[in-house]
Structure formats: structure tokens, C-alpha cells
Design a protein around this ligand. Structure first.
Ligand SMILES: Cc1cc2nc3c(=O)[nH]c(=O)nc-3n(C[C@H](O)[C@H](O)[C@H](O)COP(=O)(O)OP(=O)(O)OC[C@H]3O[C@@H](n4cnc5c(N)ncnc54)[C@H](O)[C@@H]3O)c2cc1C
Length: 446
């Protein structure tokens, strides 16, 4: 038996969920259940796997078991950039691993976006939650501009559309005089991530998938050809299981010392009133990623997405214990306030309504863990910080593998190497956090 050594602990509210109308979570599992496929985790990976399975074989009985409520985990705690292009967070300027690898990854990312777009259509998901508006890499310094130029050259070599913006154009979009230039790319979809995840879950339920929220899987056990999943109030017997619980894959003893548990932090303002909106100016919706991957992401959303608000995302910490502390969140929230005030001095007095942390799972060599771990037990984990697309893809790939469908998506992940072993804690923890601090300091104006 594999017992879950840890279950998710969320720090701070999932703001994207909190700003939407309240919803009742589906009932936790109460009793015993037998299904064809059980999926552990109801984020991008788990819900995408469930949809893919049902699309490929509508006769399958599929259950998703989610430890918390839908959109309360990282899938409802991100910045909502569903990015089509290479976006290598370990590089200096996002360029990836060379032209052909980047072309392959871009095609896969676009297939994830197409998959999500089909779900938006099939389940009549609010278009404000899936806005194909593109994004801007903002630059505030000459170093940032050079990073954008180098990334733009890479994109042009890939044959990808991109457009340089000057300071005036940046101000017209964002209302901020902070940015001296920017690089616009059209293919990113801007999600209201909680809106998308909730509605995807609701669509799956209408399609016949059972989604049990507040149902942590505490243990996995083999019983003959089946798997038995233990939850607080019942057991699920399943012919096959997909672990779509991202970093908590390690909590069941898999990929030990190969997964990097990184927390990112973000804050969201209160709703901006009329006076603040007129002081702010700019457009009602936009998304700015930093020209340096370790800089600050900013996003403006509007009424249809949960109110006129600004989201600030920066700060990262490596936490092998998988729990972000309140003190760490408080520190990050102070940085958010400062970054917000730097960019929007005219509305620097606007309070933050929410600050939160969210759990990413990276691997040193940037690979996912998408494979058959043991007979009948599959994984769709390790988002590498880009889970709106990457976890959608691993979810699709795990479903394909489970049903023995030979797809390009599954082939891509199956061809990846094992996640590289990490140096033992506490060296890894100290080293990684110092590295983050240095990179964040270097990117402090971006
Ligand atoms: C502040 C922030 C900003 C980000 N911005 C972006 C962005 O702009 N674009 C982007 O692509 N990515 C972004 N990300 C990353 C993105 O949120 C993740 O990559 C994505 O959520 C991963 O999806 P997932 O389904 O793999 O994992 P998760 O969303 O973590 O889902 C896994 C689920 O498994 C559940 N679970 C775990 N253990 C168990 C168990 N034992 N039993 C049952 N359920 C369990 C968890 O509760 C969780 O809901 C950001 C993340 C943060 C924190």
C-alpha cells in the first residue's frame, strides 16, 4: 500500500475563485464505488484527462477525486496565461531548447489551447474566462528591452508573429509609465483560471463524469488487477488510475528527490472604483509577463472576469516540505505592494484584497512525469510552471496512454528522460532559494 505522506495545504485564498459567484462544491465521496478510471486531482491535468477519456470512449466510467474544492488548488491560483510559444522559465529570455524543439512544443501548446477551446464551446463556458487576447512581455530597462529583442529574434526565426511596442503604446494598454517597451505576441489565451476550471468540472459532470470534491486520496493499494483508493469516507475500486496531483505525486512515494516544489505568490487588488479607473487609464484587460522570467507579472481584469482589478505576481521559494508559510506569504505580499506602486503610482493607495501562494512542481531537466508508473497506474504530473498548457497536455497524454492510443502528445512525453535527481536537502533548498533571490534581485526592475 502507498500511503499519502502529505496532502495539499493551501496558503491564502484562491482569489480567482473568491471573486466569482459562490458555488456549492460537489459532494465528497461517501461509500464505495467501482469505476473504470479514477483520477486523483481536479486541476488542469486531471480534468483534461477526464475529458479526453470520455471523448475517446464515452462508455467509460470516470471519477475525479479532488482533495479540496475545484479551483482552490494551483489551477485557481495562477496568473491565467495560457501561452502557446516557448516560455522557458529557466532561460534568460524564454527562448527554449532550439528551433526544432521549440516548434514541436509550440505545436503541442497550441493543441492544448485547441483542446481547451473545444471544451469552452462544448460546455458553453463564459468567453470572458477564455480570452484569446495575446500577451505582452513588458520591459522597464535597457536590459529588459535587449531580452525582448533576443526573444523576438528567436520568435522570428521560428516564423512566429511578434510586434515591438514603445513606451507610449505600453502606456496606452496598461496605463503605466513604468514600461519603456514591450513585445506583443498574439497567441496566448488569457484565462479566468478559476472560471475555466469550475466550468470544465461542471461540463464533465453533465457529461457523466463523477467529480468528488473535498475527497483526498489517502492511500493507493493494488487488489488483484484493480487499484483501490482510500478516501476519508469511502473507497474507489478502479481498473485504472491516473495520478494528476502534480507535486503530490511524490507524496505517494514516486519520483522521490526528483521533483522541485516551488511556490509562487500573487496579490489581487480590491475592485477599482470609477475614480481609480480614471486615474489608471489604459485598457480594461491586458496581461504583461516580465521580459526577464524572474521579474513581475501584471494583469488587469474587468467586470466579466470578476471585477476591475489588478493582479501582481512575483517572488518564488523552493519548499521541499510542500507547505508555504504565512510569514513567507506576508513577505511576498509586501513586495507585491511595492511592485504595484512602482507601476501605478497614481493608484498606489488601492489596497490588495487577496494575497496567496500556489504550488508548482518543476524538474531540474524540465521534463514531465507522464508514464505508466505501475501496471494500470498512470501519472500526469510535473507542470514545470506552465500547467495551463503543460498539464492540459500531460492529462491528454495520460488518457491516450491509458487507452493505448498512439498520439503525438503521448509520444512527446514518453520520449522524455527521467526527471534528474536533485542534490540532497538542505543543500538543494538553500542553493535554490539563494539562486531565486539572486535572479529576483537581477530582475528587480522588470
Ligand atoms: C501565482 C501563480 C501564477 C501562475 N501563473 C501561471 C500562468 O500564468 N500560466 C501557466 O501556465 N501556469 C501558471 N502557474 C502554474 C499553474 O497554476 C500550474 O502549472 C497548474 O495549476 C498545474 O496544474 P495541475 O493540474 O498539474 O496541478 P494542480 O493545479 O496543482 O492540481 C493538482 C490537484 O491535485 C489535488 N491533489 C493533490 N493531492 C491529492 C490527493 N492525495 N488526493 C486528491 N487530490 C489531490 C490538489 O488539491 C490539486 O487541486 C502559476 C502558478 C502560481 C502559483
Amino acid at each position: 500500500m502507498r500511503k499519502a505522506e502529505r496532502l495539499p495545504v493551501q496558503r491564502g485564498p484562491a482569489a480567482w475563485n473568491a471573486i466569482l459567484p459562490a458555488r456549492a462544491a460537489s459532494a465528497p465521496l461517501d461509500g464505495n464505488l467501482r469505476v473504470d478510471v479514477a483520477i486523483v486531482g481536479g486541476g488542469f491535468a486531471g480534468l483534461s484527462a477526464a475529458r479526453r477519456l470520455r471523448l475517446l470512449d464515452p462508455t467509460l466510467t470516470v471519477t475525479v477525486l479532488e482533495a479540496g474544492a475545484l479551483a482552490e488548488g494551483a489551477s485557481g491560483r495562477n496568473s491565467g496565461f495560457m501561452i502557446d510559444l516557448p516560455h522557458d522559465l529557466q532561460s534568460d529570455d524564454y527562448a527554449g531548447k532550439g528551433l526544432s524543439a521549440d516548434q514541436e512544443m509550440t505545436a503541442l501548446n497550441r493543441s492544448a489551447i485547441a483542446f481547451a477551446r473545444d471544451a469552452v464551446e462544448d460546455y458553453a463556458i463564459d468567453p470572458a474566462y477564455f480570452d484569446p487576447a495575446g500577451k505582452i512581455n513588458g520591459a522597464a530597462t535597457e536590459t529588459g528591452r535587449k531580452l525582448n529583442v533576443s526573444y523576438a529574434e528567436h520568435l522570428t526565426a521560428l516564423g512566429e508573429a511578434n510586434e515591438m511596442l514603445d513606451a507610449k503604446a505600453m502606456q496606452a494598454v496598461t496605463g503605466s509609465r513604468h514600461y519603456t517597451s514591450g513585445l506583443y505576441t498574439p497567441g496566448t489565451v488569457m484565462l479566468q483560471p478559476a472560471g475555466y476550471i469550475r466550468a470544465l468540472g461542471a461540463g464533465l459532470v453533465r457529461d457523466g463524469v463523477r467529480v468528488c470534491e473535498n475527497t483526498p486520496v489517502q492511500a493507493l493499494d493494488k487488489a488483484g488487477p484493480d487499484w483501490v483508493l482510500t478516501t476519508p469516507k469511502g473507497k474507489v475500486t478502479a481498473a485504472k488510475v491516473i495520478l494528476a496531483n502534480n507535486g503530490h505525486l511524490e507524496s505517494f512515494g514516486f519520483a522521490k528527490r526528483r521533483l522541485m516544489h516551488v511556490f509562487l505568490y500573487a496579490s489581487m487588488t480590491v475592485e477599482l472604483d470609477k475614480a481609480a479607473l480614471s486615474r489608471l487609464g489604459g485598457q480594461p484587460r491586458w496581461g504583461v509577463t516580465p521580459s526577464d522570467p524572474m521579474g513581475t507579472t501584471m494583469r488587469r481584469i474587468d467586470t466579466a472576469q470578476g471585477g476591475n482589478r489588478i493582479v501582481t505576481r512575483t517572488c518564488a521559494s523552493y519548499l521541499p516540505g510542500m507547505v508555504a508559510s504565512q510569514a513567507g506569504l506576508d513577505r511576498a505580499a509586501k513586495v507585491h505592494r511595492r511592485k504595484f506602486a512602482d507601476r501605478f503610482p497614481e493608484i498606489a493607495d488601492i489596497p490588495m484584497a487577496y494575497s496567496w501562494a500556489g504550488h508548482l512542481c518543476l524538474t531540474w531537466n524540465g521534463v514531465a512525469v507522464m508514464r505508466e508508473l505501475e501496471p494500470g497506474l498512470f501519472s500526469a504530473c510535473a507542470d514545470n510552471g506552465l500547467g495551463t498548457v503543460r498539464s492540459t497536455l500531460t492529462g491528454i497524454a495520460a488518457a491516450d496512454l491509458l487507452l493505448d492510443r498512439h498520439s503525438a502528445t503521448a509520444a512527446h512525453f514518453l520520449a522524455e528522460a527521467e526527471p534528474q535527481k536533485l542534490v540532497p536537502s538542505p543543500f538543494a533548498e538553500i542553493g535554490a532559494n539563494l539562486y531565486f533571490q539572486w535572479k529576483e534581485w537581477r530582475a528587480r526592475d522588470e
